[in-house]
Design a protein around this ligand. Sequence first.
Ligand SMILES: Cc1ncc(COP(=O)(O)O)c(C=O)c1O
Length: 373
Amino acid sequence: MQPVLLNDFKRQWSEIGAEVRGAVDAVGASGWYVLGTQVEGFERDLAQFWGLKHAIGVASGLDALEIGLRALGLRCGDRVLTTPLSAFATTMAIVRLGGVPVFCDTDANGLLDLTAAEAVLEAEPGIRFLLPVHLFGQCLDLDRLAALRNRFGVTILEDCAQSIGAAWDGRATGTVGRLAATSFYPTKNLGALGDGGAVLTGDAELATQVRRLRDYGQSAKYRHDEIGWNSRLDELQAAILAAALLPRLREWTLRRQQVAAAYTAGIRHPGVHLLRPAAPGTSCEHLFPVRVAAAQREHFEAHLKSRGIATGRHYPILIPDQQAMAGVAYARHGDLGVARALAGGEVSLPIHPQLTAEEVERVVTAVNEWTVR
Ligand SMILES: Cc1ncc(COP(=O)(O)O)c(C=O)c1O
């Protein structure tokens, strides 16, 4: 029995290998490996795909967040409202700049609870930044996000690492904030064959500053205007993304949406609750999260494993509960009970563009045949 994997990079390779080899050849023959025409070309393609004017390639999603926050003026001690349920990188970017994360609870789907966020912003007028995450590929309500921005004057950086291709009422995630940050980590919807990330914005001045920051704070060769990063997207990764991956992204997103639709229609189990987006059609289906009772989670995972089906957990430990946060300055509003309950019972089912119809059916059947202990 072939295992059903969370990501199937070998199958992906059989689909993209020829184009990747062509991209590697082109970069090798060019003799130019860092910040050249491949990065420029990919940045143009990505900006066009996203519908934002400027895309700036960087070395990772974490760097995109960190450089983005610096470009937006985050200073030591600034408070940043964010979510406790995300990849650790979301908070790490704030902390590495000396910012103070302020956590508020999530909604039942695991995304930042915008009603709770509004209450926090009312209670703490000193909060100048908001760092929301479009988790699982699901779009936060962009109208409500814009309303928070307008009412409280908070500067928003949207973490779009999981949401490339997701849209609210036709508007892409990342278009409400002044900046968007995304990741090309291999498991992402637009995953490179290594690390990479990008900052996107409609603001030309901010774009220039991000370009400077990613390259030692240089405004011209050997002219350093500020302390920056070495965070450059490689020519190789840019060429591979542009030639083999970005051109497939729309089709692959559709495929993910078909898999999600098949799971949604097929999974009928009283003990398995699907975390589906409130507004249908808004998700790029990066992950397919479900929730079971915390006491049943291991049993559910073991059952699926016995059927050859891989599962994930996104995320089992809340960010403020991580060991690394001991001794770090942060604040928390409420007990984060909704997010914590989700961290205890969430299980991610396989979803990727290379899944076959037969595998999708196998997952549906296995979930439905789970016997709760
Ligand atoms: C929501 C979120 N933010 C940030 C990151 C960080 O991206 P990277 O791994 O490219 O640094 C990730 C990916 O791990 C992520 O899922």
